[in-house]
Design a binder for this molecule. Structure first.
Ligand code: AP5
Length: 225
């Protein structure tokens, strides 16, 4: 259950990771979430990466690789994990295979037009990190409040259309060698992520169960954080 989710901004990496995390108790590591937390706390790491994240640029490989390496050492990662937003470059993909062998890389393909619309409607719970959308499901039940915490949802700073377009462009600049790497090692699965969640989720889940990457075991008594 070592899964990598690759996809441009708005492809749905966070939403799928959240779904599999809750249903299959697989820990979810989002490098973007880690950076936003560090920035919000004003740590040394946060200060180093702020300039990149806010401008939609890639954080240098060395910084990201070290963070993921440390995360993957944690005991709760030993049963498996979902990596969201890492690797984004060939250097990161190769470094990851030196840390641990991943089972499958899922490339979620999304068009720029769809990504911009989704991200302009995205809202996030600052407490639990759950992701919602004001245009699409999952919508918050009560206006702009988290269904679980009741906390006012926020909009990410880098979700304005200009920064989204920049992030989208930057993402595709380094993607080709990453896809070639996973294709050559027969671990790439491509999914049309422009479709609705209700179309994609069951299909993706079925494929992952069929190929043995997801195990249909209950989550009872499993601590994932
Ligand atoms: P990161 O946080 O990873 O941002 P991103 O890759 O730009 O991805 P997003 O979080 O915007 O998109 P997502 O695919 O997770 O979409 P979501 O599921 O939320 O990275 C931020 C920054 O950190 C980067 O720009 C970079 O600076 C730095 N960084 C991070 N990792 C790095 C790395 N490895 N190397 C270097 N730098 C790194 O969905 C979006 C919205 O759409 C949601 O509201 C959702 O509900 C909705 N939605 C999703 N799918 C559907 C669907 N099928 N139908 C309808 N609505 C949908």
């Amino acid at each position: 259950m070592r899964i990598v989710l690759i996809g441009a901004p708005g492809a749905g990496k966070g939403v799928y990771a959240q779904y599999f995390r809750e249903k299959y108790c697989i820990p979810h590591i989002s490098t973007g979430d880690i950076f936003r937390e560090e920035i919000a706390k004003g740590t040394e790491l946060g200060l180093r990466v702020k300039q990149y994240v806010e401008r939609g640029l890639l954080v240098p490989d060395e910084i990201v690789i070290n963070i993921v390496k440390e995360k993957l050492k944690q005991p709760n990662m030993q049963r498996g994990f979902i990596l969201d937003g890492f690797p984004r470059t060939l250097v990161q993909a190769k470094a990851l295979d030196e840390i641990t062998r991943i089972d499958i890389a899922i490339h979620l393909l999304v068009s720029e037009e769809v990504a911009v619309k989704r991200l302009s409607g995205r809202r996030v719970c600052p407490k639990c990190g759950r992701v919602y959308n004001i245009y699409y499901e999952p919508k918050p039940r009560e206006d702009e409040k988290c269904d679980y915490d009741g906390v006012q949802l926020i909009q990410r700073q880098d979700d304005n259309p200009e920064v989204v377009k920049q992030r989208y462009r930057v993402f595709y600049e380094t993607l080709t060698p990453v896809l070639e790497y996973y294709t050559s090692t027969r671990r790439l699965l491509e999914v049309n992520a422009d479709k609705s969640l209700s179309e994609i989720l069951p299909l993706l889940e079925k494929i992952l169960v069929d190929i043995g990457v997801l195990k249909l075991n209950p989550c009872k008594d499993v601590k994932i954080d």
